[in-house]
Design a protein around this ligand. Structure first.
Ligand code: NDP
Ligand code: 2IT
Length: 449
């Protein structure tokens, strides 16, 4: 069972359940934060007086819209678009767009809610938001993706802006989609406003390292957790789920730090390569040819493909879930721990179920929750905004060093906050409390707004 909620917080959670029926992922994300918060209320009674928790659980604005477009056969298709502008206490709403058939309001709200605290942890001037659509880019032609993105932006443009709301990528949204959306925004507004989107191409306002940032950042975070325990990536066997943007650059950085990733996956199955995953092949298959991960075994005959397999059955010392929410359940977590896993760094958002999280915490392995471990992506988006604001562009080494410092400081903040609030080594409490306090202080300063 999850931790019981404090008597002050329980009614707030009940109200979240009643006001947001059926949004199970949003309930899961709020409950996890509320479980950590009670000791904060004891030290900061003003937060209770100002109803900060109640306000933080209610998005400032939620936009839901129709996205009509025409497919290559000339048939009209209709999708649903979302942008949840959750909290702007620390800066303009900031967070990605997800295009995946599973998207509905409950997923966008869980992601937007987590984003508030993640963005606060970076120490940069960004609020929290998230958006997306139930559009499935898989199997669509470039022209179809373009028409969809143009239609999506034809509504979204009126809600965003460099000082208002700054979307970026997430599942199903990468450089191609950001390009189509930026083009449409520019056309409709007649403004070349670089700061309105991040994850842009390097020739038109993008930042070096943004593509690599989430995976690199998550790996740096695990490196810091290992360092606390007098350990490192050197010689470690690692498993990374997914094979998209986050997974690819996680695998790359693990190798640079001396580890070996033996397995990765997509939604159809996983590949196992005991020699270590050949990243060039994965990049070509996934980033360029948009193929399935099973094709890896056509090129590397010794590797094994397991259709519909459970990647967490592979013994590893470091696990980095980098695909989607709730991909590690209690059973998987138990199996990982039993097989000798000593560190988990979440590249994905909320990839571990509450039962799984409890198993990791009870086993006292180094467990880095998504809102801390994967904050390098949005932090580098904020660095992109900084470069756009002063019409500058920094080199790779400098930008990567900034990212590394940010990840180190997020790690230390979570570590020290957990210690201060009585749960040493618990990065879940550390991240939730530290992120919450930053946002709450700003909200108190602003009065009832
Ligand atoms: P991509 O679209 O590039 O890759 C997603 C990967 O995850 C693919 O391999 C995909 O497989 C797999 N996947 C997606 N949905 C599911 C599902 N329902 N079941 C099984 N596998 C699935 O996305 P990203 O790499 O950008 O995102 C991965 C995770 O990282 C997400 O949780 C995202 O929220 C999080 N994240 C991303 C950031 C970023 O900057 N991009 C920043 C911080 C967090 P398939 O191709 O078969 O669908
Ligand atoms: O979940 C995330 O932090 C992201 N998808 C990246 C958000 C961003 O604005 O770069």
């Amino acid at each position: 069972m999850a931790k019981p909620l404090d008597e002050k917080v329980e009614p707030i959670f009940q109200s979240v359940l009643a006001r947001n029926p059926g949004e199970t992922e949003f309930h899961q994300a709020t409950r996890e934060v509320l479980e950590s918060i009670s000791p904060v209320l004891v030290k900061h009674p003003a937060f209770t007086h100002h109803k900060i928790i109640e306000r933080i659980c209610e998005p400032e604005r939620q936009i839901i819209f129709r996205v009509p477009w025409t497919d290559d056969q000339g048939t009209v298709q209709i999708n649903r678009g979302f942008r949840v502008e959750f909290n702007s206490a620390l800066g303009p709403y900031k967070g990605g767009l997800r295009f995946h058939p599973s998207v509905y309001l409950g997923i966008i709200k869980f992601l937007g809610f987590e984003q508030i605290f993640k963005n606060a942890l970076t120490g940069m001037p960004i609020g929290g938001g998230k958006g997306g659509s139930d559009f499935d880019p898989k199997g669509k032609s470039d022209e179809e993706v373009m028409r969809f993105c143009q239609s999506f932006m034809t509504e979204l443009y009126r809600h965003i802006g460099e000082h208002t709301d700054v979307p970026a990528g997430d599942i199903g949204v990468g450089g191609r989609e950001i390009g189509y959306m930026f083009g449409q925004y520019k056309r409709i507004t007649n403004r070349w406003e670089a700061g309105v989107l991040t994850g842009k191409g390097l020739d038109w306002g993008g930042s070096l390292v943004r593509t690599e940032a989430t995976g690199y950042g998550a790996t740096f975070f695990v490196e810091e957790m290992l360092k606390v325990r007098g350990d490192s990536f050197e010689g470690k066997t690692c498993v990374v789920s997914g094979s998209g943007n986050v997974a690819i650059y996680t695998i790359e950085k693990i190798a640079e730090l001396g580890g070996k990733t033996v397995a990765c996956s997509d939604s159809n199955g996983y590949i196992y390569d005991e020699k270590g995953i050949d990243l060039e092949t994965v990049q070509r298959l996934k980033e360029i040819e948009r193929r399935r991960i099973k094709d890896y075994c056509e090129i590397h005959k010794h590797a094994k493909y397991v259709a519909n397999g459970n990647i967490w059955e592979i013994p590893c010392q470091v696990a980095m879930p980098s695909a989607t929410q709730n991909e590690i359940n209690g059973k998987d977590a138990k199996m990982l721990v039993q097989n000798g896993c000593i560190a988990v760094g979440e590249g994905a958002n909320m990839p571990t179920t509450p039962e799984g999280v409890k198993i990791f915490l009870d086993a006292q392995i180094a467990y880095g929750p998504g809102k801390a471990a994967n904050a390098g992506g949005v932090a580098t988006s904020a660095l992109e905004m900084q470069q756009n604001a002063c019409r500058d562009s920094w080199d790779f080494e400098y930008t990567e060093e900034r990212l590394r410092k940010i990840m180190r400081s997020i790690h230390n903040l979570c570590y020290e906050t957990a210690m201060e609030y009585g749960s040493p080594g618990n990065y879940v409490d550390g991240a939730n409390i530290a992120g919450f306090i930053r946002v709450a202080k700003a909200m108190v300063a602003f009065g009832v707004v």
